[in-house]
Design a protein around this ligand. Structure first.
Ligand code: IVH
Length: 676
């Protein structure tokens, strides 16, 4: 098959899998298989740059960073919805609609009101040409480059299952909501906090902020979703007379065109059915993986919609029913400090206990100094607490009118709340304060807790309470002391609530933890910025602790996914003599500090970059790429100084020349296979 043909085929396949994944949520292939398709397409396009088209799945991130966003006028204004809060108000809406239309023959469609950012997408001849924010409703910002990175949004129309929509001609506009899944929001915020940056308030703000990024590559790093709820195309395009057109059909049509649509778009014949929908989702909204703030109720018939028209900035044919916000007011009694295992000091709001969305809240994180300053939070203030995408409640605002007369601004304490009272330090450019005293009992406890936790060494019997007791009794100071507890059974038995049986369980738990694999041990050590994922990458790349301990910052950053921040932290950790002695003691205790020989095959190529050129005889280029990646290597499309090997098959051309110029080692197929 020639390349042009294969490129077309790959694009169609990738679009189909995008549709299954993002729209239907029923992927048929693994992420790995998907990546292999994309990789093959990228490689082919690199070889044939003349065949690259803007709508290729590889071209989602394109163009230079934007200076300022261009503003354009919406062909049809983007309206907002009037809000209702009760059945009576919904009944009033229904009465107004029927009066306005002079008929009782009205059907409604109910949809979830996703809490995100409205977006208008314009397609010409089936291609996405423009994405525009709502702006003031009349004019919005052009954010096409950013929106193109969202994989749920088709760049070309017509990958829907029914096969309709292929070869769309003319202009077509789709509107919908761009939003973030709660899980993605939480991951992002965790990363922000870990790196000492200010966390985002909620998923909606994060989405809005992301869409206003000047560099589309930054947007591509975030996972944004889309749901379409509005379609405008001429009747000729549809071949259906306007009399019969309905919103419900439009939603089906959007689906056929390849767009994700609402999770539960329901046709309702009367207000009882509308209320049933509202009540059903009020009780089920917590089961959704994203935030909704209500339900949208729309007149189904499009001719009736036209007839009703709009008043001020809102349509007369639709309203929003808003759910009660998960908010409450309470009094801030105090601000205390919590010390984490890496010494990060987090301020915590101590609140007058209050009920919020079914649970009693008495504490909430305040993240860092800036968060408190931005809110101008003072002890004694009445505050608004909120439960959003986070399961954890947060303080979102101050009720200034209720501020006590003498409330003073709060200042970050200068010393650690622990018994050592060591000075706190806020590094330049960071939002976090740190307690730099390694023996701070709070840090010691957090480190032990982290080490013994289920996702780390998983030591049965060594929970928070036991750790607290052991630290107080002087039995534990570092994680290495855990493996000496066997010799201290008598002392343990003298502590409260300990009996021979529970001691036996603890010692069995400790013994069992010795079989945890290297990556778990590495994660359990609690090196700053080395989470579970990073620990796996490091274990794969360096295979044993000695190699890792000797690795320079450069060697570390050469590993895919390891950046400066992580590399510096790893180097710092192993430069610390006390940390090294802990590692030595743990090794003596019998913990795994090397990858099993069994998985040798998985990382031989770590840190290496291969370039494939020419035709290989015994495997396709894609297979070769997979074999390299399975061993932790990278495959690149162009030869540079960073290239480790060029694998040259028959009829290799300019890349081979370049490799020779740069003095890069060239492997023929036999040599390559020997390496494998
Ligand atoms: S229809 C004229 N449907 O709510 C009607 N809007 O206040 C236009 N929204 O700006 C909107 N889910 O950002 C509609 N299923 C849905 C929606 C929805 C969320 C947002 C949208 C709009 C705002 C209206």
């Amino acid at each position: 098959m020639n390349s042009a043909h294969r490129i077309q085929e790959l694009r169609t396949q990738i679009r189909h899998h995008d549709f299954l994944y993002y729209v239907e949520a029923r992927p048929e292939i693994s992420d790995r298989e998907y990546d292999a398709l994309l990789c093959e397409l990228e490689n082919l396009e690199r070889e044939h740059p003349d065949l690259i088209t803007p709508d290729s799945p590889t071209q989602r991130v394109s163009g230079e960073p934007i200076g300022t966003f261009e503003t354009v006028t919406h062909r049809t204004p983007m309206l907002s919805l009037a809000n209702t809060y009760s059945r009576e108000e919904v009944e009033d809406f229904d009465a107004r609609v029927r009066k306005g239309l002079e008929t009782d023959a009205v059907e409604y469609v109910c949809e979830l009101k996703v809490d995100g950012v409205a977006m208008s997408l314009v397609y010409e001849n089936g291609h996405l040409v423009r994405a525009v924010t709502r702006g003031d409703g009349e004019r919005g910002d052009v954010v096409t480059q950013n929106v193109r990175t969202i994989r749920a949004i088709p760049l070309v129309l017509g990958n829907g299952e029914s096969g309709m929509g292929n070869g769309e001609s003319g202009r077509l506009e789709v509107r919908g909501e761009i939003y973030m899944l709660d899980a993605d929001f939480q991951l992002l915020n965790q990363a922000m906090e870990e790196s000492g940056e200010k966390p985002y308030a909620n998923a909606r703000n994060t989405t809005a902020g992301t869409l206003k990024q000047k560099d589309a590559r930054e947007v591509a790093k975030r996972t944004l979703q889309f749901t379409a709820y509005w379609l405008e195309e001429s009747s000729e395009q549809r071949g259906v007379s306007s009399e019969q057109r309905t919103h419900f059909d439009n939603v089906q049509r959007l689906k056929d065109l390849g767009f994700p649509t609402g999770r539960d778009v329901r046709l309702c014949r009367n207000i009882d059915e509308v209320m049933a929908y509202i009540n059903e989702w009020d009780s089920r909204r917590d089961t959704l993986p994203f935030q909704i703030d209500g339900v949208v109720i729309k007149v189904n018939n499009l001719r009736q919609q036209d007839e009703l028209g709009s008043v001020a900035r809102s349509p007369r044919w639709a309203i929003a029913y808003k759910y009660e916000a998960k908010k409450a007011q309470t009094v801030l009694r105090d601000i205390t400090l919590q010390v984490g295992r890496t010494g990060v000091v987090t301020p915590v709001a101590e609140l007058e206990p209050t009920l919020l969305a079914g649970s009693t809240i008495s504490r909430a994180t305040l993240h860092n100094e800036d968060y408190i300053k931005d809110l101008d939070l003072r002890i004694g203030d009445t505050v608004v607490i909120e439960k959003g995408g986070d399961v954890i409640p947060k303080v979102s605002a101050v009720v200034i009118e209720q501020r006590p007369a003498h409330a003073l601004p709060w200042h970050f304490p200068t010393t650690c709340p622990c018994s050592h009272q060591s000075p706190l330090h806020r590094p330049d450019g960071e939002a976090n304060h740190y307690c730099t005293h390694g023996a701070c009992p709070w840090q010691v406890k957090r480190r032990l807790e982290h080490f013994a936790a289920r996702d780390a060494m998983d030591i049965d019997g060594l929970g928070e309470k036991a750790i607290e007791q052991f630290v107080e009794a002087g039995l534990l100071q570092t994680v290495a002391d855990i493996y000496d507890l066997g010799a201290k059974q008598d002392e343990i038995l003298r502590l409260d609530r300990w009996a021979p049986k529970s001691v036996e369980r603890l010692l069995n738990g400790i013994e069992a933890s010795k079989s945890q694999p290297f990556e778990r041990v590495l994660y359990a050590l609690g090196i700053r910025f080395v989470g579970e994922g990073v620990a796996k990458v490091l274990a794969r790349a360096f295979r044993n602790v000695d190699a890792l301990a000797e690795a320079s910052k450069e060697a570390l950053t050469n590993v895919h996914e390891i950046g400066d921040r992580i590399a510096e932290s790893v180097v710092e950790f192993f430069e610390d003599a006390s940390e090294r002695s802990i590692v030595d003691r743990l090794r003596e205790a019998g913990l795994h500090f090397a990858k099993d020989d069994g998985d040798v095959a998985t990382d031989d190529f770590a840190g290496m970059t291969f370039v494939l050129t020419g035709e290989l005889e015994t495997m396709t280029r894609r297979e070769a790429s997979e074999l390299i990646e399975a061993r932790g290597g990278k495959v690149s499309g162009s030869v540079s100084k960073k290239t480790t090997y060029v694998v040259a098959g028959a009829a290799a051309g300019s890349k081979l020349e370049k490799a020779k110029d740069l003095g890069i080692e060239v492997l023929d197929e036999t040599a390559f296979k020997a390496m494998l």
